[in-house]
Design a protein around this ligand. Structure first.
Ligand code: IMP
Ligand code: MG
Length: 174
């Protein structure tokens, strides 16, 4: 039998309470702006689904997928674009939604990418900031939680494509 060595880090209520606060702040900051919320696949899909439902102003949604991790828990150090958003971001205010920022490589690449595409502004929203291994300075405009270290699973976060469906966030003891 397969056993998983995991410890609860963030429960559902804690996650939802924080998302409600983030959604309120975003709704205020983007009043009267053309907002497009862009989720970074796959990890952000659950967080994004909950977040957009707490935002009270009109917005568009889109997704981008890049790869850096391959199938392991350590970054390969190189980003490749897997799939692009379906609409141009030119002139729009882009809010990038990510599950977790680790080394910062992915987010730096994405922020540069959308600036180059002519976005009116690019801001970053991440559920988790895992600063211990940060290599690229990232300004996180909207942050859910700081969890300095460890490998996290659940609520969209995977280990080798599994555990994304867990409703809460756990430390995985690798
Ligand atoms: P970065 O480019 O090193 O910041 O890595 C960002 C990506 O690595 C995230 O979008 C996640 O997909 C993945 N990642 C980093 N840390 C974790 C973790 O603890 N659990 C699951 N995925 C992680
Ligand atoms: Mg991710």
């Amino acid at each position: 039998m397969q056993t998983t060595n995991k410890e609860l880090v963030l429960d559902s209520q804690t996650i939802q309470n924080r998302i409600l606060e983030m959604g309120r702040e975003i709704s205020q900051d983007y009043q009267d702006k053309e907002l497009v919320v862009i989720g970074v696949l796959k990890g952000a899909f659950i967080f994004m689904a909950d977040l957009v439902r707490t935002i009270s102003i009109p917005l568009a949604t889109d997704f981008i997928q890049v790869s850096s991790y391959g199938n392991s828990s350590a970054s390969s150090g190189k980003i490749t674009l897997v799939s692009s958003p379906s609409h141009s971001v030119k002139g729009s205010h882009v809010l990038l939604v990510e599950d977790i920022i680790d080394t910062g490589l992915t987010m730096q690449w994405l922020a540069d990418h959308f600036s180059e595409q002519g976005a009116a502004s690019v801001r970053i929203c991440s559920l988790i900031d895992k600063a211990e291994r940060r290599e690229h300075q990232i300004n996180i405009d909207y942050l859910g939680f700081s969890i300095p270290r460890g490998f996290l699973i659940g609520y969209g976060l995977d280990f080798e494509e599994k555990y994304r469906n867990l409703p809460q966030i756990y430390h995985l003891n690798l």
